[in-house]
Design a protein around this ligand. Structure first.
Ligand SMILES: [Mg+2]
Length: 509
C-alpha cells in the first residue's frame, strides 16, 4: 500500500517499539511491581540472563511471522497454509536454541513435531493447529499470552485490507499455539488497533469491537473499561492473555494522562515494566501499538542504540521489516533503505568539514566527510540523512546513530521534529561522555547539522540555542536552518543546572 511519510514512519515503528518494550522488560521478568519512582533501564539479565538491550521470545517469534508475511505477500496471502508453515518451521528452529520458550508454546511445538514425525514428514502448520487444539481440549485452558505477544507484524500486512479479514487472520495465527477464543480475540482486537494507529495516528483499542459478536464485544468492552480504571500492577495474572492485554492497555492509557507523543511512548513502556511479573511481554504488546501510533522516530535512541536479538538482527533491521510489510510489495532494491549506496552526486559540495565551535571532539560535516572518518580518528557518527547499506562509516554499529529527519519546513514531512533533533544532540552528548570523537553530518551541513550542532552547543556551553547557532555559523558559513528548525531552536529550553534540579531558561539569564 502507498503510505504517506508519517504512515511509513509509523509502520517502521511497530516492530522497533515492540522489541524495545520486550528488551526493556527482559531484566525485570517475574519481578514484583516497582514503585513509580523506580528507574527502568535496558539492563538485561532477568531469569534468562539476557544481554542488555537484547529482545526475548516475544520479538523472536514475531520476526518469522514478519518474514513469512513478506514472502507470501504476492501470492496466497498472509494466513495461507504455506505462509503459516514457514512460520512454524522458523519457530521450531528458534525453539531449539532459545533461552526462554513459554510453557504452552513449548508444549505445542513438541507435540506438533511428534505429529509430523509420526507421519514421516517435516512439521507443517496443520500439526501446530492440531497440537494446540489438543492442548486446549485436554487442559480446558490455553489462554496464555504467547500469541498476543507476537501478533503485531500481522497488522502491517493488512493495512490495505478490511479489518474483518485481519481479525480472522489473527485468530488463525493465534490458533497455531493458542486456540482459546480469548487468545484469538485478543490478537484480533490488538491487530485492528495497530492497523488503525498506523493509518491514522490514533490510539483506539476499541476499534475492533464491532467485529465481534455483541456478546463478546460487551465482555471485551468491560475488560477495557477495567483496564482504564486500573494500573498495570493491578493485573497480577498477566501471563493470562486477558490480563496481559489489560496490563498493556492500562499502561498506555495511564501514561497518556500526563504525556503526549514520544514522551507517551516512553512513559507507557516504563509503566508496563513497573507493573511487574511478565514485564517483557506486557511491554512488547504495548510497544507494538505505541510504535504504530507514534512511529520509529518516537523510539528513544537510548533504547534502540544496542537493541538486538535472535536471529542476529538490530533495530534497523526491524525498521526495514516494518516498512516492507506496510508497503506489501516490498522495497525496491535500488532505493533507500535497501540500496547499497545513496546517490548524493546531484547535491553539489558534500565534503564540507569543520570542528564544532564549542567542542574540539565533534566534527560537523557533509556526507562526503564520511570518507575521512578513519583518518580523523572519528569513532562515533551521528547521521541525519539517508545512507546506503554500504555507505555506513567504519565504526561499531552501536557507535553509528541515525535519525530520520527531512530538511523541510512542510508539515507532515517530519514526525516529532523537535524530539528527533533533540535526540540527535543527546546522541552526540552521549558519545562524547564515552570519550569518543564524533562526526555529526547530513548531506551538506547547511540545515540539519547546524541545528543539531546548535542544540548540542547550547547544552554544553549553557547558552541559548540561537546564540549557539551564531557560533556554529562562524565555522559553517553556509549554515541556514529551515524555518521549522529555526522555530525548534527558538523554542528549545536549555537546561543549565540539571544536577541541582534547578532548571533555568538560558535565554532568561
Ligand atoms: Mg519474553
Amino acid at each position: 500500500m502507498k503510505l504517506n511519510p508519517l504512515q511509513n514512519d509509523r509502520a517502521a515503528g511497530v516492530l522497533v517499539a515492540m522489541a524495545a518494550g520486550d528488551a526493556l522488560g527482559a531484566g525485570y521478568e517475574f519481578g514484583a511491581p516497582l514503585p513509580d519512582s523506580a528507574d527502568v533501564t535496558m539492563k538485561g539479565g532477568g531469569p534468562f540472563g539476557f544481554a542488555p538491550a537484547e529482545w526475548t521470545d516475544d520479538t523472536s517469534m514475531a520476526i518469522p511471522i514478519a518474514e513469512a508475511l513478506l514472502d507470501s505477500a504476492s501470492d496466497a496471502g498472509a494466513s495461507s497454509p504455506a505462509a503459516l508453515t514457514m512460520v512454524v518451521r522458523a519457530w521450531s528452529s528458534w525453539a531449539a536454541e532459545a533461552k526462554d520458550v513459554g510453557a504452552q508454546t513449548s508444549s505445542v511445538i513438541t507435540a506438533a513435531r511428534r505429529l509430523a514425525a509420526a507421519s514421516g514428514r517435516e512439521v507443517q502448520a496443520e500439526d501446530f493447529t492440531a497440537a494446540a487444539a489438543d492442548f486446549h481440549a485436554r487442559t480446558g485452558r490455553s489462554a496464555g499470552n504467547g500469541s498476543l505477544m507476537r501478533t503485531a507484524p500481522l497488522a502491517l500486512a493488512y493495512l490495505d485490507r478490511e479489518p474483518s479479514e485481519l481479525m480472522t487472520a489473527a485468530g488463525v495465527l493465534s490458533a497455531l499455539t493458542h486456540a482459546d477464543p480469548d487468545a484469538q480475540e485478543a490478537c484480533g482486537l490488538w491487530c485492528v488497533a495497530i492497523r488503525h494507529a498506523v493509518l491514522t495516528g490514533q490510539l483506539d483499542v476499541r476499534a475492533g469491537l464491532p467485529l465481534l459478536s455483541a456478546e463478546r464485544a460487551s465482555v471485551w468492552l468491560e475488560r477495557i473499561d477495567v483496564a482504564e480504571r486500573s494500573r498495570p500492577r493491578d493485573f497480577t495474572r498477566n501471563g493470562w492473555v486477558v490480563e496481559a492485554f489489560q496490563g498493556a492497555w492500562s499502561a498506555i492509557h495511564h501514561a497518556g494522562r500526563s504525556a503526549v507523543g514520544p514522551a507517551h511512548l516512553r512513559a507507557a513502556l516504563e509503566e508496563a515494566v513497573r507493573g511487574g511479573r511478565d514485564t517483557d511481554t506486557v511491554a512488547a504488546i504495548a510497544g507494538g501499538l505505541l510504535g504504530a501510533a507514534y512511529g520509529y522516530t518516537a523510539v528513544p535512541f537510548e533504547w534502540r542504540q544496542r537493541l538486538h536479538g535472535w536471529p542476529g538482527l538490530r533495530a534497523r533491521d526491524l525498521m526495514v521489516l516494518g516498512m516492507e510489510l506496510g508497503r506489501a510489495e516490498g522495497l525496491l532494491p535500488l532505493c533507500w533503505p535497501r540500496a547499497e549506496r545513496h546517490d548524493y552526486s546531484m547535491w553539489g559540495r558534500t565534503d564540507v568539514l569543520a570542528r564544532h565551535p564549542h567542542d574540539d571532539g565533534v566534527w560537523l560535516g557533509g556526507v562526503g566527510s564520511l570518507q575521512r572518518v578513519a583518518k580523523l580518528g572519528i569513532d562515533a557518527v551521528v547521521s541525519l540523512c539517508r545512507l546506503g547499506t554500504r555507505d555506513v562509516p567504519g565504526v561499531a554499529p552501536e557507535d553509528h546513530a541515525t535519525f530520520w529527519v527531512v530538511d523541510s519546513a512542510v508539515e507532515g514531512d517530519n514526525a516529532h521534529a523537535a524530539f528527533v533533533l533533540g535526540e540527535a544532540a543527546a546522541a552526540v552528548e552521549r558519545y562524547r561522555a564515552e570519550g569518543k570523537t564524533v562526526l555529526l553530518h547530513c548531506v551538506r551541513a547547511e540545515s540539519r547539522t547546524p541545528t543539531v550542532a546548535a542544540l548540542y552547543g547550547a547544552r554544553l556551553s549553557q547558552i541559548s540555542p540561537l546564540e549557539a547557532l551564531e557560533d556554529v555559523r562562524r565555522v559553517l558559513p553556509s549554515a541556514r536552518p529551515n524555518p521549522l528548525f529555526m522555530q525548534v531552536l527558538a523554542e528549545a529550553e536549555t537546561i543549565t543546572d540539571t544536577a541541582a534540579g534547578g532548571a533555568t531558561r538560558a535565554g532568561a539569564q
